[in-house]
Design a protein around this ligand. Structure first.
Ligand code: FES
Length: 167
């Protein structure tokens, strides 16, 4: 009677073991290189421009509020006392959008009831500070440009160039 070699049947196949090792080495190397390349690539975010044309100075009537949407920002352009300024309608409490209420001649925030006068000053809280004004300039075509990337809300600074244009 021939004896079977049970020891050899239970031994792992060396070639299979080698292939598994090579495969896992390849996967590890590939993922490491991919992670390193991702790390070396700067995360670029393309933002939309924050400079917008809002029209000619003569397009704005004294004492009137002209609401505009510029990208994601809601702006109100206001001409009064020979000045033109652009209020950024983002509530300084928690960032809701105050709406102009013509009967009250004020901006009222729908979230917690803050109220701002036409110049952006707080009339009623909880908003802690005035609305911001965006920078304004007149371009070569004679059109008013609003730059929502540059803003100011301090009373003395916001009342002169570039946050208030003489018109
Ligand atoms: S977000 Fe405007 S009052 Fe709270």
């Amino acid at each position: 009677m021939k004896k079977r070699n049970t020891y050899k049947a239970c031994q792992p196949d060396r070639r299979l073991f080698f292939k598994l090792g090579l495969g896992s080495l390849f996967v590890t190397t590939f993922t490491s290189v991919a992670a390193a390349l991702k790390f070396l690539t700067p995360p670029i975010q393309y933002e939309t421009s924050q400079v917008f044309e809002a029209g000619k100075i003569k397009d704005f009537n004294s004492g009137k509020v002209k609401n505009m949407q510029m990208g994601e920002k809601k702006i109100s352009l206001i001409k009064e006392h020979n000045k033109l300024y652009a209020l950024v309608r983002t509530c300084t409490h928690m960032g809701c959008i105050p709406n102009f209420n013509a009967s009250e001649n004020a901006f009222v925030c729908p979230c917690h009831g803050s109220k701002f006068d036409i110049q952006g000053n707080v009339l009623r809280g909880p908003a802690p500070e005035p609305l911001y004004r965006a920078s304004l300039s007149v371009n070569k075509k004679g059109r008013v440009e609003v730059n929502t990337a540059i803003v100011e809300n301090h009373v003395t600074l916001r009342d002169s160039k570039p946050f208030a244009l003489d018109v």
